[in-house]
Design a binder for this molecule. Structure first.
Ligand SMILES: Cc1ncc(COP(=O)(O)O)c(C=O)c1O
Length: 384
């Protein structure tokens, strides 16, 4: 979480004083959540936004709304938070793990080679706020007639060629958990231009909406959903957080540009290629080294003075550490997505060699928000 303060405290106070903490109020959708959804749609320039309880809930809701289920395959990158790969399992489908390239995002060529007639969604993840190569991914998805679900959990407000992340495919998701650019501790959202998908998502995210929602009569046929509702407290905080978003992104971009400029002078590494420097909202600057040992040496030499890490060393984001998936552990023997798959699915620790190579040769430096651009530049210089 980058910034939180008086505005959020005041917003929470108003909600508590109103005594109205639930999404629905006397049959009507209450003020804060409705307001957040409107503000999010406007900010991202998308027709529909649905606030939910987490980014994982948003992914599962989107897949459920896209009618993905048993027998289906969903392509996800080997470098992302495990949730991107768990979500397909939650709806009965299986994740297919694909390579990332130097940009730390999905390798479009590998996606193409892993697309089969069972592929029912592709999930590009804008990791650390870094833009995926959406033109190639969308082109091949279109050719194969597979919908794209953008995981912008770590990338609120970023854009690719002028369009905000989350709005380029059939649907997109954001996370508002503690580690994200804007946050209310826990929360998420689904965005889409597709009215039917939105309606299905609404029904899925709140199986009880039939009893509470004043718009229930206009929803499509009801089916069994879950409860991924947000509370008014979360939405009140997020309304304030959303107002801070563009300011945060401006500060991040200016500081990252300064760091990139300085690091471009290095002879031992270079800033990793970026798919869209203008839309980039990255919270980290990745540097690419010739060898894994060079990267490790750089981290060892500097980590006591400057925060940095190799992505290969971040456990939850690297597929080799996703034990429940690699071991194909379903939660119930009669509800096992791998048994429902139309072909044998195998995983191994070395199945994405390119990903492991790139993650071990990359060092990520957080882009700090508070120091001045001059200070950021001088820290970068000290590392050359
Ligand atoms: C890329 C990515 N996708 C999905 C999620 C899931 O979000 P949440 O923790 O809000 O469920 C995260 C969370 O860290 C994430 O980083």
């Amino acid at each position: 979480m980058y910034r939180i303060g008086e505005k959020e405290i005041e917003a929470v106070r108003k909600v508590v004083e109103s005594g109205q903490l639930f999404r629905y109020h006397k049959g009507r959708t209450a003020e804060w959540t409705r307001r957040l959804e409107g503000a999010l749609s406007r900010k991202l320039e998308t027709k529909h936004a649905l606030a939910v309880s987490s980014g994982t809930a948003a992914l599962i809701t989107a897949l459920a709304a896209m009618e993905i289920g048993p027998g289906d395959e969903v392509i996800v990158p080997g470098y992302t938070f495990i949730s991107s790969a768990l979500a397909p399992l939650a709806v009965g489908a299986v994740p297919i793990i694909a390579e990332v390239d130097e940009t730390l995002t999905l390798d479009a060529a590998d996606v193409e080679s892993k697309t089969t007639r069972y592929t029912k969604a592709i999930v590009p993840v804008h990791m650390l706020g870094l833009p995926c190569r959406m033109d190639s991914i969308l082109r091949s998805a279109r050719q194969q007639d597979v919908p794209v679900l953008e995981d912008a959990a770590q990338a609120a407000g970023g854009s690719y060629r002028g369009r905000r992340f989350g709005t380029l495919g059939r649907a997109g998701i954001l996370s508002f958990n503690h580690y994200k650019i804007i946050s209310c501790g826990e929360g998420g959202a689904l965005v889409t231009d597709d009215a039917d998908l939105y309606q299905r998502a609404f029904v899925y995210h709140d199986g009880g909406c039939v009893f509470f929602d004043e718009e229930a009569a206009s929803r499509p046929e009801f089916f069994a959903g879950v409860n991924y509702r947000v509370s008014e407290i979360q939405s009140a905080i997020m309304n304030e957080q959303l107002k801070r978003l563009d300011g945060i992104l401006n500060r991040l971009r200016r500081r990252k540009a300064a760091m990139t400029e300085e690091f471009a002078r290095s002879r031992s590494f270079r800033p990793s290629r970026c798919n869209d420097a203008e839309g980039d909202c990255s919270t980290h600057l990745p540097l690419l080294f010739e060898t894994a040992d060079d990267a490790l040496e750089f981290v060892e030499a500097n980590r006591h003075t400057t925060p940095m890490f190799r992505p290969i060393d971040t456990d939850r984001h690297v597929y080799t550490n996703w034990e429940p998936i690699l071991r194909k552990r379903a939660r119930h023997r009669a509800m096992d997505p791998w048994k429902w798959a139309k072909r044998q699915i195998s995983y191994s620790r070395d199945m994405c060699q390119q990903t492991l190579d790139i993650l071990s040769r990359t060092v990520c430096l957080p882009v700090p928000l508070e120091p001045t651009v001059k200070e950021v530049r001088s820290t970068a210089k000290s590392l050359l």
